[in-house]
Design a protein around this ligand. Structure first.
Ligand code: LLP
Length: 434
C-alpha cells in the first residue's frame, strides 16, 4: 500500500517506519500523543525548492506558523533558509533557534507598534505591509528609532486559489493585502515617507493549493504592478510570491515544488524580470509530510447496530488519546488526514470514527475509516507535520504532546510533554476572604 507524502515513511511488513524507526516502539518509549518528525524529509523538501532556484537570486523564507518548534527552525536556519514570521513571538523563536533576522520577512495584517520596534531592532529583511494605516505606523516607529524600515506591500491579486474558504487569502473579499487597484497609490505614499524604504512587493493567495495556474495568474498581476510602480519612479527589488503549495493528504496531486519554481522563473523571464530576486514563503510543503501524530487506542465503542436490539447509532467509535486540542485540522477545516495502524494486526477491519477524549462532538481525527484496531494499538495520523503542534491548545486542560525529531539513527526529544502544573502556573487565586 502506498502512503501519502514522503518516501521516508514506509510500511515494512506489518510495521510502519519513519526514517527506519518503528513508530510503535517510539510511542511505547515516549508516550502518546506524540509528534514525530523526520529531519531528512524536511531537508529533502527544502532542497527541492533550493535546487530549482539555484543560480537565481532568491530566498526561501519558511512560513514558520506551520511548525514553529525550535529544532525545526534550527534545521531550516542551518540549511540557509530564511523565515516568514507573523508576530513578535515568532521573531523571538527564530532568534532563539539561531536564525538570521536579515533573512526574515514580517507578514501579517495586525502588527503592533511593539512588534514593529522589536523587528526594527532585530534588523529584519523586510516588512510585508498590508494596509496604508500600517505604513504610517511603521514610518513613525522607524523615525523614532532613527531607522528606515524596509517594506514590501502585500498586494491582493484577487485570484481564486481554489482552496478551502478559511485558507484562501488572495480574493478581494479577504482581509489580507492591499487591493490591486489601490496598490500604486499606496506605493506612492510609502515612497513619500522618510522612515520607509521600498524594497519589494509581496502576495500570498492561499494554502493547500494544488494547481499551478493560480500562482501564474498571481505573478502576472504582481508583475503588472511592479511595472506600473517602477514607471512611477519607485524601484522594486524583489518579488515575494508567498507560500501555499499543497501536499498529498489523500489523493491530491499538487505540482512538485521544483515544477512550481521552474514555471515561476519561466514567467519572470518571459516578462523580462529574469534578474529580479524571487522570494517564496512555503510552510506546509516543507514540513507537512515530514511528521506524524501517534496516538494510542483507549476504547472501542461499537455502535448500537452491533448489539442485539439496535435502536441507537450505527456508528463505531474508536476512542484514542489524541484529540482536537492536539490536532485541530479535522475539527476546524473538516480536513481529511490518513490514519494508519503502526503495526498491522489481524483483527477484522471495521468502519470506525476515530475520536478523542475532548468533550465536543466536533472532536474527531477521522470519520468512517476502515481499520483493524484493538485497545492498546498505536495509530499514526499522517501528514501531521504542518499546522499540527503549532495549532495545539490546552483545551480541557490537556498538556500538549511531546515531539521527537528523527535524524538517521538518532532520536531527539525536541519538546518534552507539557507538565500539568505549568498549565496554570501563571494563574492566581483570588485573595482568601474576598
Ligand atoms: N505566507 C503567508 C503570508 C501566509 O499567510 C501563509 C499561511 C504562508 C505563507 C504559508 O502557507 P503554506 O505554504 O503553509 O500553505 N492552518 C491552516 C493553514 C493556514 C495557512 C495560513 N497562512 C491549515 O491547517 O490548513
Amino acid at each position: 500500500m502506498t502512503l501519502p507524502g514522503t518516501p521516508f515513511l514506509a510500511r515494512d511488513g506489518a510495521v510502519l517506519r519513519l526514517e527506519g524507526h518503528a513508530l510503535a516502539d517510539l510511542a511505547r518509549r515516549h508516550g502518546t500523543p506524540l509528534y514525530v518528525y523526520s529531519r531528512r524529509a524536511m531537508l529533502a523538501a527544502l532542497e527541492t525548492y533550493q535546487r530549482a532556484l539555484r543560480g537565481r537570486p532568491h530566498l526561501v523564507c519558511y512560513a514558520m506558523k506551520a511548525n514553529s518548534s525550535l529544532a525545526v527552525l534550527q534545521t531550516f536556519a542551518q540549511a540557509g533558509c530564511g523565515f516568514d514570521i507573523v508576530s513578535g513571538g515568532e521573531l523571538a523563536r527564530v532568534l532563539a533557534a539561531g536564525g538570521d533576522a536579515a533573512r526574515v520577512v514580517f507578514s501579517g495584517v495586525g502588527k503592533t507598534r511593539t512588534e514593529m520596534r522589536q523587528a526594527l531592532h532585530a534588523g529584519v529583511r523586510c516588512f510585508n505591509v498590508e494596509s496604508v494605516a500600517e505604513l504610517d505606523h511603521l514610518n513613525e516607529e522607524a523615525l523614532a528609532l532613527g531607522r528606515r524600515a524596509p517594506v514590501s506591500l502585500r498586494v491582493n491579486p484577487d485570484v481564486d486559489a481554489g482552496t478551502h474558504p478559511y485558507i484562501s487569502t488572495g480574493l478581494k473579499d479577504n482581509k489580507f493585502g492591499i487591493a490591486h487597484g489601490q496598490a500604486l497609490a499606496a506605493y506612492r505614499h510609502a515612497a513619500s515617507l522618510p522612515g520607509l524604504q521600498v524594497v519589494g512587493i509581496a502576495c500570498h493567495i492561499g494554502s493547500q493549493i494544488t494547481q499551478l495556474e493560480p500562482y501564474l495568474d498571481a505573478l502576472d498581476r504582481v508583475l503588472d504592478l511592479v511595472e506600473a510602480v517602477q514607471a512611477a519612479g519607485i524601484a522594486i527589488h524583489h518579488v515575494d510570491i508567498g507560500g501555499g503549495l499543497g501536499i498529498t493528504y489523500t489523493d491530491e496531486q499538487p505540482p512538485r515544488a521544483d515544477e512550481l519554481v521552474a514555471r515561476l522563473l519561466q514567467r519572470l523571464d518571459a516578462r523580462g524580470h529574469g534578474q529580479r530576486e524571487l522570494l517564496l514563503e512555503p510552510g506546509r510543503s516543507l514540513v507537512g509530510n515530514a511528521g506524524v501524530l501517534l496516538t494510542e487506542v483507549l476504547y472501542l465503542k461499537p455502535g448500537a447496530d452491533e448489539h442485539a436490539g439496535g435502536g441507537g447509532s450505527g456508528k463505531n467509535f474508536c476512542i484514542v488519546d489524541a484529540a482536537m486540542n492536539d490536532l485541530m485540522r479535522p475539527a476546524m477545516y473538516d480536513a481529511w488526514m490518513a490514519i494508519e495502524p503502526c503495526v498491522q494486526g489481524d483483527a477484522p477491519a471495521r468502519r470506525w470514527d476515530v475520536v478523542g477524549p475532548v468533550c465536543e462532538s466536533g472532536d474527531w481525527l477521522g470519520r468512517d475509516r476502515q481499520l483493524a484496531v484493538a485497545p492498546g494499538d498505536i495509530l499514526a495520523v499522517l501528514s501531521a507535520g504542518a499546522y499540527g503542534m503549532a495549532m495545539a491548545s490546552n483545551y480541557n486542560t490537556r498538556p500538549r504532546a511531546a515531539e521527537l525529531m528523527l535524524d538517521g539513527e538518532q532520536v531527539h526529544l525536541i519538546r518534552e510533554r507539557e507538565d500539568v502544573a505549568s498549565l496554570f502556573a501563571a494563574e492566581r487565586l483570588l485573595p482568601t476572604g474576598s
